[in-house]
Design a protein around this ligand. Sequence first.
Ligand code: FUC
Length: 792
Amino acid sequence: MRKLRLVCNRPAEDNHYGWENEALPIGNGKQGAVVFGGVEREHIQFNEKSLWTGGPSPKRPDYNGGNRLEKYPFLKAVQKSLAEGDSAAVETLVHELEGEQEGYGAYQSFGDIDIDFGSDSCEEYQRELDLENALVNIRYRSGGREFDRCYFASFPDKVIAGRYRVSTGGMDCVIRLRSAQGAEAECFAGLENTLCIRGQLADNALRYEALLCVYTNEGSIACEKTNLIIKDAQEICFLLTCGTDYAASYPDYRGEDPHEALAERLRGALRLGWDALCARHVEDYRALYGRLCLELGQAQDTSVPESTEALLEQYCRGEDTAAARYLELLLFQYGRYLSIASSRAEAGALPSNLQGVWNDSNNPAWGSDYHLNINLQMNYWPTTAGNLLECCLPLLDYVESLREPGRITAKAYLGIESTPEKPQNGFSAHTQNTIFGWTCPGWSFYWGWSPAAVPWILQNLWEYYDFTRDTAILRERIYPLMKEEVTLYEQLLIWDARSGRRVSSPSYSPEHGPVSVGNTYEQSLIYQLYADTIEAAAVLGVDADLAVQWRTTLAALKPIHIGTDGQIKEWYEESSLGSMPKSERRHRHISHLLGLYPGDMISSDTREWLEAAKVSLLDRGDENTGWSMGHKINAWARTGDGDYAHRLMRKMISSCILNNLWDSHPPFQIDGNFAYTAGVLELLLQSHLGRITLLPALPSAWPEGSLYGALARGGFTLSFRWEGGRVRYACVLAGRDGECRLELQHAENYSLHDAASGEALPLRREGDVLCFFLAQGRTAELWERRAAEKTF
Ligand code: FUC
């Protein structure tokens, strides 16, 4: 199998354009860096996830997550005006339901490493990101000598490491460490050949520190003021570590000064040395990445160009060649790589933000924050089926951390108060969040109001359970969050006599159209929350009495309505497509279709709704921002139309994917990468309808291939191979005892065996669904009768 790697034949331009389009990212969850690869001057820009302005600060003694208190009466007033149809009053009153702006802050750049080698002569330059080992390698020749560089970000040892080698003779260079926050670098007394930057952010006094240690074999190193000067070394290694005194603890969000821990970490990494560090890194990474392998037939062809830029150029010309398959595959696994690099489970972990962990600006777009009206949810779509469940855990930590500040927001804007008697009476958060418990609505109602953001992010957590079937984590961590949110909605939903529904009011569909009552976005997400929570209670055998009441509410939500053009209505008041004021037919959000994806309300089991969803999708059109196209790939996959989804993939790759394969909104926004990866999986394997469907929407451009190690709901791991669009062989590993319901075309043509004993397994067939029991740890093999050959 051809190695999956991003390849560039020149260094990235040493500016913001190069950072965004050409530099290659590495990361270990908390820390991230991009490598420019300049020959004369190497540049590495780096980040740490908790380096944020905003939040509590000596400057803001009254910081409270942006909430304006006592706004609840205005919610009631808006509800009354909506009921009376007084839109002028609604327009005025909704501004009372906005939050503050001061104290929001932004994710920051940490700093840069510059390495001056003094010579730019070079031939046969190649810079690659090896996805299989999470290494950036650079090679070139100069003056008859061979040079190589290697970089990685280690999760086990929490350092970013780089190594420079030359085949013969020595190298001279000067290494500088620059703070993006104004601190001066200095030689660090506690460790040899180490530069340090440390300081406090002017905005919020957050302490930060980075340590950069260098060692060589042969030659000399001197630390002079802010530089490390290296002479005549054949091999140079650096280790960088950085951190802050941030802690995810409400309300101060401060912990220990990072200094001791960073120095200790660096000493530990130095003791290990390059070879051990690198081996530990590769082992750790491969244990996650290597679980899932996708092959798409022709992608193995040797005619595929090496350079990623050339691949993209061919792709944009519309050539449907082996190179196209290779690029589609590369981008798929890149999404998994980026998940591992930007979201690792550990104490104090934060989830991946709008740019994952990478950011070269102190004023990035949208603060590079946590957006909850689609973006953060999207970041975690590929982690379930993509067999990276551990990478979901920072999201769980984060949602838990929204609870306490979110109760202030619930009280301030919704009038729902948690008290010592009712300590978990409901938390609320809206479109945008920070690491400092910023849960208030945005500072404009028209993008900032989105209480259904919480039900939506809880869907991700329910999915985590549904894929793992880990009832312990459901009981202890996920269900309490879901129950608290249902408790909130039990108090928040009001009866709308006009439509005969329980509704959320006001509701606003991201980020267009009118303020109304019970729009499809809100109602669908609340519906899904109730449906999932009722199921969770049943799984855990708890709250049966409450579930009776929840079922009554569920039945009264009635989220989906079909309009006169046969579309799913986005607003209850909508008649034909485009009939609503302030609505945009080509809007990037497809919020009324969340029941199709990522939800499961609209499916082939509800045909009429599914047909209506296609009308709505067609009306919205294809071309849009990166993440919007990524969302639509998944939505079309859910309709079963693999060719439509594949055409969208083509459009997305051709218009939104940069040379380093980052997705562009524009600017760079990582959610599109994750949506793309989720979309590829959704074309090949679905499991949201109580059965596992193999090849539910296979594009005709992918007639043959194999998927090894993908996950399905129910705790099953699936591997299968297809040819001529038909499954030839499949195997299912059960993570838990349970019934497996496996759907594939012409199910009658397949036989099923226990993989270990070879014995036929008892099987019931319901149309194209094969039903069989599988004990934990057992594997069932499925053969197409005509092709009894095994290739895994
Ligand atoms: C949502 C989108 C925008 C952008 C922002 C970060 O609000 O509507 O397009 O992606 O998030």
